[in-house]
Design a protein around this ligand. Sequence first.
Ligand SMILES: C[S@@+](CC[C@H](N)C(=O)[O-])C[C@H]1O[C@@H](n2cnc3c(N)ncnc32)[C@H](O)[C@@H]1O
Length: 202
Amino acid sequence: MDSNYWDSIYQKKSEKEVSWFQEVPRKSLELIESFNLALDANIIDIGGGDSRLVDCLLERGLNHLSVLDISAISLKKLKERLGADASRITYIESDIVAFRPSKSYQLWHDRATFHFLTDLEQIEKYLSIAHDALAIGGHLIVSTFSKTGPEKCSGLSTAQYSEDDLKKLFGRFFKNIKCFEDTHQTPWGATQNFVYCGFKKV
Ligand SMILES: C[S@@+](CC[C@H](N)C(=O)[O-])C[C@H]1O[C@@H](n2cnc3c(N)ncnc32)[C@H](O)[C@@H]1O
């Protein structure tokens, strides 16, 4: 994956000009809250970009947060928005399939990044990295376009998944907790169908 591609998107577009923008990532937060994480849980947002998830987690007292993204510009924009809170986050500029975690995590969150991996080898790498990075008892959330979701995003092809597809793929490594579908409204009122699944490493 080419980091320049994503950098140019983040350079050109403001927060509310990208289809994936969420003022509050409600569905992710509902799932995270259901896991009853300790306040010192290590949490990583994969392909977090300048998502407001970390703002919401900081508000809830969760303080051990990392955001990984292939785009340095997205992380810079996130730091700028967070202002005084910027130093409370660990920023990891990396392609997810090249990520070498230096610690283990109690929560791995990925909304709308995994579905950009369309090559089987990359998908296998992702699963193996996620498995190694997650502590025993840790949780993983993956949210992708559903079978009725878009086939492209930002000019890139995306994979589409059903609940069963995600259960089969991630179920090889993790125990499924729940899955559900959700319709996301883009800032300009279009809809995109997503599927969310929560898993646990047992
Ligand atoms: C559709 S955006 C979703 C952003 C965020 N998760 C959200 O829900 O608002 C996809 C994000 O994944 C990042 N990304 C794409 N491919 C990646 C890869 N191979 N490794 C790491 N990050 C990647 C992009 O830079 C972008 O920030």
